[in-house]
Design a protein around this ligand. Structure first.
Ligand code: FE2
Length: 216
């Protein structure tokens, strides 16, 4: 008697070389929201050098990237940083990376404020494996983060798509939401369009590298 081969073989698509984005919501956000917003706003007030460099390198906006990029050492941010680590561990594990011998370690964390008219041109994050963004203030009119399709060869002759899958576009946009985080491969180009809203958009950006675990 022959077995049912229909369950063993199934016609369909197989996924190769996907670009995976992880999304998660910070469970303690509601109780920390005001504190986090105040923390970043106060930092902008105090960071004179950062404001000066931002004027040249980040027009209309403020970023602590040039002056305070190791915010993961700050005691006030230890709870969200722990959350970022948890998410990065999930990202690495779900990609089936070697999490027996390596672990994600944060190596940069900085804050960004985008008032009206500021924008962030496309870029990527060198010297890291996992990059991410965490939104602490935004609204329905805040601009989305846009990811550029990294498969350059696809630009040769793309077939018409039915419009239901953002990954079929060359620039996939994901809307920000306060308390939400996105993780993505550090090599993936991304940027943020000009903020047209009167409300400031505040985010924190960070990088993780997969570092060899210490042998005990
Ligand atoms: Fe970025």
């Amino acid at each position: 008697m022959s077995g049912d081969t229909n369950t063993a073989k199934k016609d369909g698509l197989r996924v190769l070389f996907p670009t995976l984005i992880y999304e998660a919501w910070y469970p303690e956000f509601a109780e920390q929201e005001q504190k986090l917003v105040a923390y970043v706003e106060q930092m902008r007030e105090q960071d004179e050098e950062g404001r000066r460099i931002s004027d040249k390198q980040y027009p209309s906006g403020y970023t602590s990237y040039f002056t305070r990029s190791t915010l993961f050492n700050e005691a006030e941010l230890s709870a969200p940083v722990k959350f970022f680590h948890r998410c990065a561990e999930n990202f690495a594990r779900d990609h089936h990376w070697d999490t027996t011998n390596f672990q994600p370690v944060i190596n940069a964390l900085f804050a960004n404020i985008n008032p009206k008219h500021s924008f962030h041109p496309e870029h990527l994050h060198p010297y890291s494996h996992i990059s991410g963004v965490f939104y602490i203030k935004c609204d329905a009119d805040s601009p989305a983060i846009g990811f550029k399709d990294p498969r350059m060869a696809r630009w040769m002759m793309p077939p018409a798509a039915d419009g239901t899958r953002p990954e079929n576009s060359f620039h996939a946009k994901l809307a920000p939401e306060a308390g939400k985080l996105f993780l993505f491969p550090s090599w993936l180009e991304h940027g943020v369009a000009q903020n047209q809203s009167d409300r400031e958009r505040i985010s924190m950006s960070f990088n993780f590298e997969m570092r060899q675990k210490q042998k005990s």
